[in-house]
Design a protein. Structure first.
Length: 412
């Protein structure tokens, strides 16, 4: 393993592209984190159940699943910059649609708008994640992506605080207002990207098996023969199931246990996501000297332990009403946010390692994994039919799969 300490984080001449691309991570982090408070808001304003509100996640992450491969094909043909611009346009269209659909007062029109936003986010993530890994030395790719993803964490942390505080401040809060502001901001960013040229990355002297033929079908066939990549793909899907399900379930869990109201729960979620953001900055710094695969293994075991403690303390304290110990499940949930912080960018970059010309196609496959957010639907069904603690078995199993990939990556 090469020492990363003397390697630059960003390659010469790539600083401006890195800054611009990193700004996108904030935008999609904010958009995805809003979903975590929309669930509770729509349960109240539209009088629907937890499982019914989970259609917000199902629709959004189904958009990722369906659009990831087309996004990869588009980016292969037109390049990273136009992939970003097209994604921002779709993002803005979906955000502005919230203005007319908010007057209808039913869930389905909102789902259409969210689906369009998700299609835009699929383009952004399929472009920006691999692009960030390639704007510098291969040895610091994981650390670089973790730094970019830290701003994703910032967007994720601010959304529950700002949007949750707004939506839960009044029964008449207009959900279209924050989306209108987001739409305007996204249009401005799209205009900037139209006039800034991003350098395309070219892979030279690749082994024949790693060369892109230009055919998505051929590239996919080549990737299906790569057992290491397939395990990374499975680990990223398991992580997405765990992370998105926990975020989406958080407010429902805290309010369902009668610990605080929805506004208070959204602030606690926001604080937890600030811990998550801090974990990514910290992880980016640590991985300059600690191998990324080992860091992933340590953190994956940490999340497994945190989930186990959430389940055990939740069962033990479910009937407790006075003791401070009844908040222990939330404490362990916060600990999990620290442990899981580096997982997405680290799994993503490790899975793309040494793929050369297959990187764009591989990235589009990896960006299908947010469909794991549909796992919240299963958590909602379990919560509606059993107890509020039992659903945490799902993320517990997901983090165990991440442990399996991390062990493989350490040996690779």
């Amino acid at each position: 393993m090469k020492d990363n300490a003397n390697k630059s984080l960003v390659g010469k001449g790539y600083l401006l592209p890195f800054i611009l691309v990193t700004s996108l991570f904030f935008l999609w982090g904010f958009a995805r984190a809003i979903l975590d408070v929309l669930n509770k808001h729509f349960q109240t304003s539209l009088n629907i159940s937890i499982a019914e509100s989970a259609m917000i996640q199902v629709t959004t992450y189904l958009g990722y699943f369906l659009m990831a491969i087309p996004a990869g094909m588009f980016i292969n043909k037109y390049g990273y910059r136009w992939g970003v611009v097209f994604g921002l346009v779709l993002y803005a269209v979906g955000a502005f649609l919230f203005i007319p659909v908010s007057s209808i007062g039913t869930l389905n029109p909102f789902l259409i708008a969210l689906f369009i936003i998700a299609c835009g986010l699929a383009f952004l993530e399929t472009s920006a994640n691999p692009y960030s890994t390639e704007l510098g030395p291969q040895e610091t790719a994981t650390s670089r992506l973790n730094l970019s993803q830290s701003f994703n964490g910032l967007g994720s942390a601010l959304a529950p605080v700002l949007i949750g505080g707004f939506l839960f401040s009044s029964a008449d809060a207009d959900v279209s207002m924050p989306y209108m502001i987001m739409g305007i901001l996204v249009v401005v960013v799209a205009v900037i990207f139209c006039f800034v040229k991003l350098p395309e990355i070219h892979h030279e002297e690749e082994p024949e098996v790693l060369k892109s033929t230009g055919s998505t079908v051929d590239n996919l066939k080549a990737l299906t023969k790569n057992a290491y990549f397939l395990l990374g793909l499975g680990a990223l899907l398991a992580y997405e199931v765990s992370e998105i399900s926990i975020n989406s379930y958080f407010v429902n869990f805290v309010t369902g246990m009668n610990w605080m109201d929805a506004a208070g729960a959204s602030y606690i979620l926001g604080f937890s996501l600030f811990i998550f953001m801090g974990g990514r900055f910290l992880g980016s710094w640590i991985m300059k000297s600690v191998p990324a695969a080992k860091m992933l293994l340590y953190c994956a075991w940490g999340s497994v332990i945190c989930m186990l403690m959430v389940i055990l303390t939740g069962i033990a304290e479910a009937s407790e009403t006075e003791s401070w110990t009844r908040f222990l499940p939330v404490v362990f949930l916060m600990g999990n946010y620290l442990c899981e912080a580096i997982m997405f960018p680290t799994i993503f970059s490790l899975a793309l390692k040494n793929l050369g010309g297959l990187t764009k196609t591989a990235s589009s496959l990896l960006m299908m994994t947010p469909v794991g957010g549909c796992g919240f639907f299963l958590m909602g069904m379990l919560a509606d039919s059993t107890t509020l603690i039992i659903p945490f078995i799902i993320p517990f199993l997901g983090y165990l799969i991440v442990v399996m990939f991390a062990r493989k990556a350490v040996k690779a």
